[in-house]
Design a protein around this ligand. Structure first.
Ligand code: DQA
Length: 140
Protein backbone atom coordinates (compact mmCIF):
# COMPACT_ATOMS: atom_id res chain seq x y z
CA UNK A 1 0.00 0.00 0.00
CA UNK A 2 1.00 3.59 -0.56
CA UNK A 3 0.38 5.58 2.60
CA UNK A 4 0.77 9.18 3.72
CA UNK A 5 1.41 10.48 7.24
CA UNK A 6 0.29 14.07 7.65
CA UNK A 7 1.14 16.16 10.71
CA UNK A 8 -0.39 19.54 11.41
CA UNK A 9 0.30 22.53 13.55
CA UNK A 10 3.09 22.37 16.17
CA UNK A 11 3.94 18.74 15.47
CA UNK A 12 7.31 19.97 14.15
CA UNK A 13 8.05 20.82 17.82
CA UNK A 14 7.75 17.18 18.89
CA UNK A 15 10.77 16.24 20.99
CA UNK A 16 11.17 19.87 22.02
CA UNK A 17 7.80 20.88 23.47
CA UNK A 18 5.97 19.20 26.39
CA UNK A 19 8.20 16.12 26.41
CA UNK A 20 6.17 14.62 29.26
CA UNK A 21 3.17 14.55 26.93
CA UNK A 22 4.68 13.91 23.48
CA UNK A 23 8.00 12.23 24.27
CA UNK A 24 11.62 13.21 23.66
CA UNK A 25 11.95 11.97 20.08
CA UNK A 26 11.77 14.48 17.26
CA UNK A 27 9.23 14.15 14.48
CA UNK A 28 12.10 13.28 12.10
CA UNK A 29 13.15 10.42 14.39
CA UNK A 30 9.58 9.17 14.70
CA UNK A 31 9.10 9.38 10.94
CA UNK A 32 12.30 7.39 10.35
CA UNK A 33 10.90 4.67 12.62
CA UNK A 34 7.57 4.72 10.79
CA UNK A 35 9.33 4.49 7.43
CA UNK A 36 11.21 1.37 8.58
CA UNK A 37 8.01 -0.05 10.11
CA UNK A 38 6.21 0.27 6.76
CA UNK A 39 9.15 -0.88 4.64
CA UNK A 40 9.61 -4.07 6.69
CA UNK A 41 5.96 -4.86 5.99
CA UNK A 42 6.14 -4.12 2.27
CA UNK A 43 4.35 -0.76 2.26
CA UNK A 44 5.51 2.66 1.14
CA UNK A 45 4.98 5.79 3.18
CA UNK A 46 5.47 9.52 2.64
CA UNK A 47 5.52 12.25 5.27
CA UNK A 48 4.48 15.86 5.38
CA UNK A 49 4.16 18.37 8.22
CA UNK A 50 2.85 21.91 8.05
CA UNK A 51 1.69 24.61 10.43
CA UNK A 52 -0.67 25.98 7.77
CA UNK A 53 -4.29 24.83 7.78
CA UNK A 54 -4.86 25.50 4.06
CA UNK A 55 -1.73 23.61 3.09
CA UNK A 56 -2.90 20.60 5.06
CA UNK A 57 -6.24 20.75 3.18
CA UNK A 58 -4.38 20.96 -0.14
CA UNK A 59 -2.28 17.91 0.71
CA UNK A 60 -5.43 15.96 1.48
CA UNK A 61 -6.96 16.99 -1.87
CA UNK A 62 -3.75 16.03 -3.70
CA UNK A 63 -3.75 12.58 -2.05
CA UNK A 64 -6.84 11.59 -4.04
CA UNK A 65 -5.94 8.86 -6.51
CA UNK A 66 -2.34 8.80 -5.26
CA UNK A 67 -2.49 7.24 -1.78
CA UNK A 68 -4.41 4.28 -0.39
CA UNK A 69 -4.70 5.87 3.02
CA UNK A 70 -3.75 8.84 5.18
CA UNK A 71 -2.78 8.93 8.85
CA UNK A 72 -3.55 12.42 10.08
CA UNK A 73 -2.43 14.05 13.30
CA UNK A 74 -3.83 17.53 12.78
CA UNK A 75 -2.66 18.84 16.18
CA UNK A 76 -4.90 21.58 17.54
CA UNK A 77 -6.66 21.92 14.14
CA UNK A 78 -8.41 18.73 15.20
CA UNK A 79 -10.58 20.60 17.63
CA UNK A 80 -11.91 23.40 15.45
CA UNK A 81 -11.00 23.16 11.76
CA UNK A 82 -14.17 22.71 9.73
CA UNK A 83 -12.03 23.40 6.65
CA UNK A 84 -9.99 20.30 7.40
CA UNK A 85 -13.12 18.31 8.10
CA UNK A 86 -14.54 19.31 4.71
CA UNK A 87 -11.22 18.52 2.99
CA UNK A 88 -11.33 14.98 4.41
CA UNK A 89 -14.95 14.64 3.29
CA UNK A 90 -13.96 15.84 -0.22
CA UNK A 91 -11.78 12.82 -0.99
CA UNK A 92 -12.44 9.10 -1.09
CA UNK A 93 -9.01 8.20 0.29
CA UNK A 94 -9.58 6.92 3.83
CA UNK A 95 -8.17 8.99 6.68
CA UNK A 96 -7.34 7.62 10.13
CA UNK A 97 -7.05 10.25 12.84
CA UNK A 98 -4.10 9.83 15.20
CA UNK A 99 -3.03 11.56 18.40
CA UNK A 100 0.01 10.79 20.51
CA UNK A 101 -1.64 11.87 23.76
CA UNK A 102 -4.90 10.65 25.26
CA UNK A 103 -6.87 13.79 24.42
CA UNK A 104 -9.77 12.60 26.59
CA UNK A 105 -7.59 12.73 29.71
CA UNK A 106 -6.56 16.34 29.10
CA UNK A 107 -8.24 19.77 28.84
CA UNK A 108 -11.93 19.87 27.92
CA UNK A 109 -11.31 21.59 24.59
CA UNK A 110 -9.26 18.57 23.44
CA UNK A 111 -12.13 16.15 24.05
CA UNK A 112 -13.94 17.31 20.92
CA UNK A 113 -12.62 16.45 17.47
CA UNK A 114 -14.47 17.93 14.50
CA UNK A 115 -12.66 15.41 12.26
CA UNK A 116 -13.55 11.99 13.68
CA UNK A 117 -16.98 11.87 12.04
CA UNK A 118 -15.44 11.95 8.54
CA UNK A 119 -12.48 9.69 9.38
CA UNK A 120 -12.40 5.91 9.05
CA UNK A 121 -11.28 5.62 12.65
CA UNK A 122 -9.17 7.10 15.38
CA UNK A 123 -6.11 6.00 17.39
CA UNK A 124 -4.97 7.98 20.40
CA UNK A 125 -2.97 7.83 23.58
CA UNK A 126 -0.10 5.54 22.52
CA UNK A 127 2.61 8.10 21.86
CA UNK A 128 4.47 7.46 18.60
CA UNK A 129 2.84 4.04 18.48
CA UNK A 130 -0.47 5.77 17.70
CA UNK A 131 1.00 6.36 14.23
CA UNK A 132 2.06 2.71 13.90
CA UNK A 133 -1.35 1.41 14.96
CA UNK A 134 -3.07 3.82 12.59
CA UNK A 135 -0.80 2.74 9.70
CA UNK A 136 -1.36 -0.91 10.54
CA UNK A 137 -5.12 -0.42 10.35
CA UNK A 138 -4.79 -0.03 6.57
CA UNK A 139 -3.32 -3.48 5.96
CA UNK A 140 -4.80 -5.56 8.81
C1 DQA B 1 -2.24 16.09 19.57
C2 DQA B 1 -3.31 16.50 20.59
C3 DQA B 1 -3.83 17.90 20.30
O1 DQA B 1 -4.82 18.27 21.25
C4 DQA B 1 -2.70 18.91 20.37
O2 DQA B 1 -3.17 20.19 20.03
C5 DQA B 1 -1.52 18.51 19.57
C6 DQA B 1 -1.12 17.12 19.51
C7 DQA B 1 -1.59 14.73 19.95
O3 DQA B 1 -0.88 14.18 19.10
O4 DQA B 1 -1.79 14.24 21.05
O5 DQA B 1 -0.82 19.36 19.02
O6 DQA B 1 -2.83 15.97 18.31
Amino acid sequence: MKLLVLNGVNLNMTGVREKGVYGAQTLEEINAELAAFCKERGHSVDFFQTNEEGELCSRIHAAQGVYDGIVLNAGAFTHYSYALRDAIASVSVPVVEAHMSNVHAREDFRKKSVLTEVCRGEVLGFGKNSYKLALESFWL
